[in-house]
Design a protein around this ligand. Structure first.
Ligand code: FMN
Length: 346
């Protein structure tokens, strides 16, 4: 079967980026339901045969879907069929919210990059759980690891941010295999200030406290807590965060979210759109943050490498720099499911 993705990409890239996104999710769900998705994308069960143990969970291979592509958890089974061993849905906030005004998603094709300022458009924790419930009834349900990425509502002031994270954490706890607290989106004002050592430490403590309550109650299971950080942190900030992570005993860290830097895309007509930049221009910056963090983080705390994984080699470089798993978003848009199949074999 020839790779159909270059053709699909040609058609999708002629459409507005956000419309193409919604159409792709709908098309994938339809193809999944009718049993055609595996055939059309060349997916095979071979990609699930490279298991690795991370955070006490058994991942069928090392590649996952990064947060933000399936914010509402409407296409988990279909993404699973593409070969992803873990899928991170969200960011989800306690209350639903519409996100920023469109246009808010831009392709910088020459740079294999995206700029987005979506602003956590999401159905809220209740909406997400309803969507995931539909999934359970699918004829080919996702068998991998489900991460749920949480954030605060845009209108919750930072002094009450921890309450939002705890609320969202409690709401999704039973459904999640792990939960990521996203402290690094550039599109919610003040969110990245939560990366200061003191606040981050308080947040982790509050989530661990809630987890103890959940474990003592009906939930029984211990859900790993993961923190997702930005690539725009200097060495001192990364080291001070590593200290917080080591002392708090957080279960994992994702390096990194999108960047606010525009160094390599300044000359592009869309290069100065506000938001977070992802894809090829982020690879080196993001892997550098991973390396710096790895050198000061306790060995037993795993890192998940996200940011500019556009080729199998980029994924290998993140693993060599100390990541236990990698995640892909923009690489999937530019290179399609063949990239996921390639990384799944590592
Ligand atoms: C359109 C878009 C929306 C995103 N939304 C989220 C989000 O809601 N939460 C989050 O933690 N990261 C979000 N991200 C960041 C990705 O999860 C990922 O960390 C980042 O894009 C870097 O990886 P990439 O270069 O493979 O895209 C988003 C990225 C894009 C491009």
């Amino acid at each position: 079967m020839p790779d159909l993705y270059p053709l699909a990409r040609k058609i999708l890239f002629q459409m507005d980026a956000e419309k193409a996104h919604h159409l792709t999710l709908k098309g994938m769900n339809l193809a999944h339901k009718t049993g055609l998705l595996g055939f059309l994308t060349g997916a095979s069960s071979e990609s699930q045969n490279h298991p690795v143990e991370v955070m006490g969970l058994s991942f069928p291979n090392r590649v996952g879907l990064a947060a933000g592509l399936d914010k509402g958890g409407t296409a988990v089974d279909a993404f699973g069929q593409l070969g992803f061993a873990h899928i991170e849905v969200g960011t989800v906030t306690p209350r639903p919210q519409p996100g920023n005004e469109a246009p808010r998603l831009f392709r910088l094709i020459e740079h294999e990059a995206i700029i987005n300022r979506m602003g956590f458009n999401n159905p809220g924790t209740t909406g997400l759980l309803e969507n995931l419930e539909h999934s359970t009834r699918s004829s080919r349900p996702f068998q991998g690891i489900l991460g749920i990425n949480i954030g605060k509502n845009f209108d919750t002031p930072n002094e009450n941010a921890i309450d939002d994270y705890v609320k969202a954490f409690e709401a999704v706890y039973n459904k999640a295999d792990y939960v990521t607290a996203n402290l690094s989106s550039p599109n919610t004002a003040g969110l990245r200030d939560l990366q200061s050592g003191e606040i981050c430490s308080k947040l982790i403590e509050a989530l661990q406290q809630k987890r103890s309550e959940m474990m003592a109650g009906e939930a029984g299971k211990q859900v790993p807590i993961v923190i997702k950080i930005a690539p725009d942190l200097d060495e001192a900030a990364i080291e001070s965060l590593a200290k917080v992570f080591n002392e708090s005993g957080v279960d994992g860290v994702i390096t990194t979210n999108t960047t606010i830097s525009r160094d390599s895309v300044e000359s592009h007509p869309l290069g100065n759109e506000k938001g977070g930049l992802s894809g090829a221009p982020l690879t080196t910056l993001s892997t550098g943050v991973l390396e710096t963090l790895r050198s000061s983080l306790n060995r037993e705390i795993p890192i998940i490498g996200s940011g500019g994984v556009m080729t199998v080699q980029d994924a290998e470089e993140k693993l060599n720099a100390g990541a236990s798993l990698v995640q892909v978003y923009t690489g999937l848009i530019y290179h399609g499911p063949a990239l996921i199949r390639g990384i799944a074999k590592l």
